[in-house]
Design a binder for this molecule. Structure first.
Ligand code: ASP
Length: 325
């Protein structure tokens, strides 16, 4: 039976079942499809340390939400990664400004944008989700909120990032190098033992962006989206292109309509290829996971891969691409 038909029919047949509050529990949806959820963690790029951390937590019984937060924090702490968290490259005026978001299986979401001096923006995003009536806090307000919540201020500009920025200032040419300067944002999706899915995305954005620029990564629907009944998607690359196609939301909605994660990622990349005449000048990449644990990934330029931890095994998985280079 085609998945689209199945969803339609199961929605009808399950609509009559009343459980607790009357809401259909997502894991019941999984059970009706004869699925035994196996914990899985996937992430953009070869961030196996992050997926290992999250995957092992999931195997020990952690919730998808806790695992995804702790998983991406591995890269937020990694000083060698110059586009996430501590050690992130600054904007062209020398400010390190961080963007992050998180989504829970129940559809709740939290986000921070243009956050300075806090090494773990994903955890501030989670606090926004859990402790405020809002979804997104920006700039000074986000920083004040983080401090109120007990986060400590820290200078995030490392000597290496400062040196690279000063070298960049000599030419001031803003043309992010494909797979290098628009690389290393971590978007992660986790499925736990109950089959529940959570996601997170965290970045310092494009190196040498304009002061005030915010990309796709903290935007629910662009850098990250999930629906626990369908699956989730995360994006990386040129945030402006991802925002213009609301890429992660698009992928989840295509999966809802019956496309596989692979087909959905391909269609999202093709939206950008068809609409942006200069698509060869930048990278856009997606990875998606559906409720059955199937994974898909696609990108414009060769060179993107995703990390996976599943059944005790960690791997780096090169993604198919639209272009060969
Ligand atoms: N998508 C991020 C942004 O545009 C960059 C990246 O993926 O590295 O801010």
């Amino acid at each position: 039976m085609k998945r689209r038909k199945f969803i339609g029919r199961s929605a009808i047949s399950l609509a009559g079942i009343s459980i607790g509050s009357g809401l259909i529990k997502p894991h019941l949806f999984a059970m009706t499809k004869n699925i035994t959820p196996k914990p899985i963690a996937i992430a953009t790029w070869n961030f196996q340390n992050a997926t290992k951390m999250a995957g092992k937590m999931l195997e020990d019984g952690a919730s998808a939400l806790d695992a995804v937060e702790q998983g991406v924090m591995v890269e937020e702490s990694n000083l060698k990664n110059t586009t996430v968290g501590d050690g992130g490259a600054p904007d062209r005026d020398g400010n390190v400004t961080l963007d992050a978001c998180i989504m829970a299986p129940n559809g709740n979401a939290g986000s921070v944008v243009y956050l300075k001096e806090i090494a773990h923006p994903v955890s501030v995003a989670r606090k926004v989700m859990e402790e405020t009536p809002h979804v997104m806090l920006a700039g000074e307000g986000a920083l004040q909120f983080a401090i109120q919540q007990g986060f400590k201020r820290k200078n995030l500009l490392t000597a290496e990032s400062e040196k690279a920025w000063k070298e960049w200032l000599e030419h001031k040419k803003y043309q992010p190098i494909i797979n290098i300067e628009n690389h290393d944002t971590i978007g992660m999706l986790c499925m736990d033992k109950n089959g529940d899915i959570a996601g997170a995305c965290t970045t310092s954005g494009l190196s040498y962006k304009m002061n005030g620029r915010v990309g796709d990564s903290p935007i629910i629907g662009s850098g990250l989206f999930l629906d626990n009944e369908v699956g989730g998607a995360v994006g990386t690359g040129m945030g402006e292109a991802i925002m213009k196609s609301v890429g992660s939301f698009l992928i989840v909605e295509l999966m809802r309509q019956g496309k596989s994660p692979q087909e959905a990622c391909e269609e999202a990349v093709m939206r950008t290829v068809r609409k942006a005449p200069n698509y060869k000048d930048f990278q856009v990449a997606y990875v998606a996971l559906n409720k059955q644990g199937e994974i898909g990934s696609y990108c414009i330029h060769k060179g993107f891969s995703y990390a996976k931890f599943h059944e005790g095994e960690s791997s780096d998985n090169p993604s198919p691409s639209y272009l060969d280079s």
